[in-house]
Structure formats: structure tokens, C-alpha cells
Design a protein around this ligand. Structure first.
Ligand SMILES: NC(=O)c1ccc[n+]([C@@H]2O[C@H](COP(=O)([O-])OP(=O)(O)OC[C@H]3O[C@@H](n4cnc5c(N)ncnc54)[C@H](OP(=O)(O)O)[C@@H]3O)[C@@H](O)[C@H]2O)c1
Length: 334
């Protein structure tokens, strides 16, 4: 009796595999039975952290590297951005990289690409920050090629290592009182890392006859102010707040320098991107993949705080002081 051969395992290239999203995605793909090729600019460092993965060296700015790592690959996750790496004109770099990735994927005969981008502001193009404009342009560029591209647009993804999370977390927990500039009235729908990973993994099997984009909103609509007060409350703090409507977004971004451990240029761009509402057009994607996000913003924030390397033993502002003292003694502890 003829025996059907087992279905061939799909090989998936994950660019940005060492990043916040990539580190969570790689084990989820392996668990689902994919062969994962994980790309980084410095594989010797990455190999030490995760030995069971095929690490490959790839700088996405180099077309030759892309051709090499895309060989025999069925699908690609594009999880790379150039922001916060000191590059002054990161938008031009991101555009050039997107064109190269698009063309290299077509040359290699890749079946599909999944790109995690950012939500377009609800107030229209007038309010698009340079960072978001670049993320959206990368999506458009990737989608303009021969390989079908699934662009998933998320606002803040919540997890202890996320740069955008670290900014709001540090603002909520490190300031004795909060000056609330106008941007904290803007609303968005943050998504837990675990739900984002499900969205990405299922993006590999979603029927995709041609390129498409979807928003991937979290379950709650929250303002910047609610984000900050929820985080503070989870650590037993009530942050006295003073509203300063005239404090512009760009001016207020300067105090980020004093407060957050995240890269300042990155923090500033992310806050500038929050000048208006960042609300998705719809939540169709979750229906398409037959899944609903499981984590409320509060639950995701609690989990992110609990998984931090340092957990204060004191509550409230005393806990924030305790954290500051520990970091003074041990600056590497974040
Ligand atoms: N975090 C969020 O809240 C969030 C929200 C919405 C969308 N996104 C999107 O999700 C994607 C991943 O974000 P993330 O938070 O995981 O970023 P991340 O933690 O900053 O990681 C960035 C990754 O990019 C890689 N990279 C940078 N330049 C590279 C280059 N020239 N060649 C090859 N690799 C390069 C880095 O790898 P090596 O240094 O090892 O080479 C690193 O793994 C981005 O597209 C971002 O826009 C993130």
C-alpha cells in the first residue's frame, strides 16, 4: 500500500531574530514544526544565547548577504528597523533595505513574507511621525514586489523588553509627579507580545493570493494617560498628575532623556508618533485567523512587570526609589 510522504517542513527565515519580537517568535515557530533560520549581524553572540537554532550572519543592508540567507527559504519574517542605531537618515536606509529585501525575496523564489509594521494614525497623514511614515513606506515597498507580503500593523507591543513599553513603564514608575502633555490624551490599542506572536505565526498559513495589510489591535482602547496610570497602579503607585496642554510633544520628549533607559532617539520618535490617536481601522485579521487576543492591557502590563529582572520589594514611590538605588550600584541591571 503506497504511503504518503510526510509534508515537507517549511523553512522560515526570521530577520531581527535577536530583537524583542524575534526572540519570542523563533521558539513559537519551532514548536509549530517549522525549520527556522535566524538572522543577525552577529551570530557568534546570538549562538551563545540560543544554541538549538540555525543562526546565519546577515546585514540586511547588504544585498549579497540577503541572497545567501534566502537560499532554500519558503517564507520570511521581516522584523528589522534602523531607528535608534545612530543613523541620522534612518528612513532612507529603511527604504533602501526594503527595496533590497523585496527584490532578493523575488530572486530566491520565496513564497511569502510577513512584515510587522506600525498602525497608521487615525487623524490622517498630517499627524504621521517620521518613524511611522517610514514603517508604512517599508510596508508599501515590500508589498509592491512579486512575493505576496502580509503586513501586520501594531501599535505598542507589551513585553518587558519592548522599547515602547520600557518608555511608558519608566515614565509611570520613575517620575514622582507626572506632567501630562497633550499626547497623553491620544488613544491606542496595545497588544500583548503573546498575542502578537500568534498573529505572526498564523500569518504563514493565512490564504494570501496577493499582498495585503491588516491592523492587529489589542482588546482595549486606552489613552496615554490610562496607560501610565494602569502601570503605576500595578506597582501600588498613584501618580499625582498635572495637565500641561501647551507642552508640545517635541518639548515633552526631552524629559524622556532624564527618565527612560530606552535609547533616547528611539524614545523621542515613538512619542512623536503618538501625537494623535493610533487606532486601527478594524480587527478583521483576528477573524481571518480565527483567534481573539487573550490579554487585556492590564494583564499584559502586569505580566511585563512581573517578568522584569529586577522586582522591587517596596511598593509605590518607595519601590521606584529602591530601583533607582539598585541601578546606581549595578548599572547593568535594567
Ligand atoms: N516593539 C514594538 O512595540 C513594536 C510595535 C509595532 C511594530 N514593531 C515592529 O516589529 C519589528 C521588530 O521590532 P522589535 O521591537 O523586535 O525591534 P528590536 O528589539 O529593536 O530588534 C531589532 C532587530 O533588528 C535587527 N537589525 C537591525 N539592523 C539590522 C541590519 N542592518 N541587518 C540585520 N538585522 C538588523 C537586530 O538584529 P542584530 O542587532 O542581532 O543584527 C534586532 O534583532 C520592527 O519592524 C518594528 O517596527 C514593534
Amino acid at each position: 500500500m503506497p504511503v504518503n510522504p510526510p509534508p515537507a517542513r517549511k523553512r522560515v527565515l526570521v530577520t531581527g531574530a535577536t530583537g524583542f519580537i524575534g526572540r519570542a517568535l523563533v521558539p513559537a515557530l519551532i514548536e509549530q514544526g517549522y525549520d527556522v533560520r535566524a538572522a543577525t549581524r552577529t551570530p557568534t553572540v546570538a549562538q551563545r544565547a540560543a544554541t538549538h537554532v540555525e543562526w546565519v550572519q546577515c546585514d540586511v543592508e547588504r544585498a549579497g548577504d540577503l541572497d545567501r540567507v534566502l537560499r532554500d527559504v519558503d517564507a520570511v519574517f521581516f522584523l528589522v528597523h534602523a531607528m535608534g542605531q545612530g543613523a541620522r537618515d534612518y528612513a532612507a536606509t529603511e527604504l533602501r533595505v526594503a527595496e533590497q529585501v523585496r527584490d532578493a525575496a523575488a530572486r530566491a523564489g520565496v513564497e511569502r513574507m510577513v512584515y510587522l509594521g506600525g498602525v497608521a494614525p487615525s487623524d490622517g497623514p498630517r499627524k504621521v511621525s517620521a518613524h511611522l511614515r517610514s514603517r508604512l513606506r517599508v510596508g508599501e515597498t515590500l508589498r509592491s514586489g512579486k512575493v505576496p507580503v502580509l503586513e501586520l500593523r501594531a501599535s505598542m507591543i507589551v513585553g518587558a523588553e519592548s522599547a515602547s513599553w520600557q518608555i511608558v513603564r519608566d515614565l509611570a514608575l520613575r517620575l514622582p509627579a507626572m506632567l501630562l502633555p497633550s499626547w497623553t490624551a491620544s488613544r491606542t490599542r496595545p497588544l500583548a507580545l503573546q498575542d502578537a506572536v500568534v498573529a505572526l505565526v498564523r500569518g504563514l498559513t493565512l490564504p494570501l493570493p496577493h499582498s495585503a495589510w491588516y491592523d492587529i489591535p489589542g482588546p482595549d482602547v486606552v489613552s496615554g494617560r490610562e496607560i501610565l496610570s494602569t502601570i503605576a497602579a500595578l506597582r501600588g503607585r498613584r501618580v499625582p498628575s498635572v495637565r500641561v496642554p501647551l507642552l508640545s510633544v517635541s518639548l515633552s520628549s526631552w524629559w524622556l532623556k532624564l527618565v527612560t533607559r530606552a535609547d533616547f532617539s528611539l524614545a523621542r520618535e515613538l512619542v512623536l508618533g503618538f501625537e494623535g490617536d493610533l487606532l486601527p481601522e478594524d480587527a478583521r485579521y483576528w477573524e481571518e485567523i480565527d483567534y481573539q487576543p487573550q490579554w487585556s492591557f492590564e494583564a499584559a502590563a502586569r505580566q511585563a512587570l512581573e517578568s522584569e529582572a529586577f522586582r522591587p520589594t517596596l511598593r509605590g514611590f518607595a519601590g521606584s526609589l529602591e530601583e533607582a538605588m539598585v541601578q546606581l550600584v549595578s548599572p547593568k541591571l535594567k
